[in-house]
Design a protein around this ligand. Sequence first.
Ligand code: PLP
Length: 368
Amino acid sequence: MNVPFLDLKAQHAPLKDEILAAWSNILDTCGFVNGPHVQGFEAAFAAACGVEHCVTLATGTDALIVPLKALGVGHGDEVILPANTFFATAEGVSQVGGTPVFVDCLPGTWNIDPAAVEAAITPKTVGIVGVHLYGQPFDVDAVQAVADKHGLWVMEDSAQGHLATYKGRKCGSLGVGAGFSFYPGKNLGATGEGGAFTTNDGALAAKIRMLRDHGSSVKYHHELVGFNARLPAVMAAALEIKLRHLPAWTEARRAHAKRYLARIAEIDNVTAPVEAEWADSAWHLFVVHVEEQERVLKALWAADIGAGLHYPTPVHLQPAYAELGHKAGDFPNAEYNASHCLSLPMFAELTEAQIDHVCATLDRVVNG
Ligand SMILES: Cc1ncc(COP(=O)(O)O)c(C=O)c1O
């Protein structure tokens, strides 16, 4: 049995006619930039996240860069973030001239360690970007308490957190605002690149809206030096349609996670993911931990099972950040995660038989 890591063809098949009709309308009206699909999706996504404002952006990375710029991050400013994340979290800070300051994660959830955040604060610190890694919210209240003590803001990197909840509150509504990615493989994926920033701060939303459009809200009048970081209408139209299915897809992921957890509890030498008591994860990724990560990964591929590593090198050890002078051993939990994590197939259309087959194969590969 073949089990792909992700099956976007299966996701799109029942939606294809509806998406093509929306695209046909965009071709007929030539409404390629901004317009009703972008506005419609922004309103619907804000409602889905339980916030007042959603500003769409061209990518999830732009959904960090442009808001960080709007918050005034620049040269000499330090922003604290987990070493254990996708590279873009740090890249956003660097792209506006700030310095990413990495901290370790907690074993188990692999999310940012609030005590490590406090220890990393310096007079140059302006804010904290927490990441809802693998779809599980980080401990926002604990991080916010540290931030409040020191007069800092907390931004969510919610690229993996669509519809996840923290103590019953939606990710995207928890800090000063949240960056989302709609990269095709995300829980809500565009038919190309896409991103959004959600916030309850109207002034911040207005500034981001201006910055994404060359710092302009009136044509050919530029108040700020900004970006061209707009979401194309064809992306918004597909996202609008797909968003209607996101609650059901998220529930399916949760049911799959439950089945995986029950099966993996019976397998020796495989550590199951831990869901914190405050979390209702969006299960963007289902990540177990094993010894011999590379051997197990290759054996799963050989058995026709899609698996991946998220992420094999923590950000502080990436060549791009060599100038920060980090070395192996600086963040032991992030490094342990990088060398032991293994992502198993996870998508809404996965079947129970496929989950059982993945788990049986994993057991055979790990335990012989
Ligand atoms: C945690 C995290 N942050 C940021 C991003 C950047 O998003 P994008 O690829 O849409 O630019 C991603 C996705 O790739 C991500 O997983």
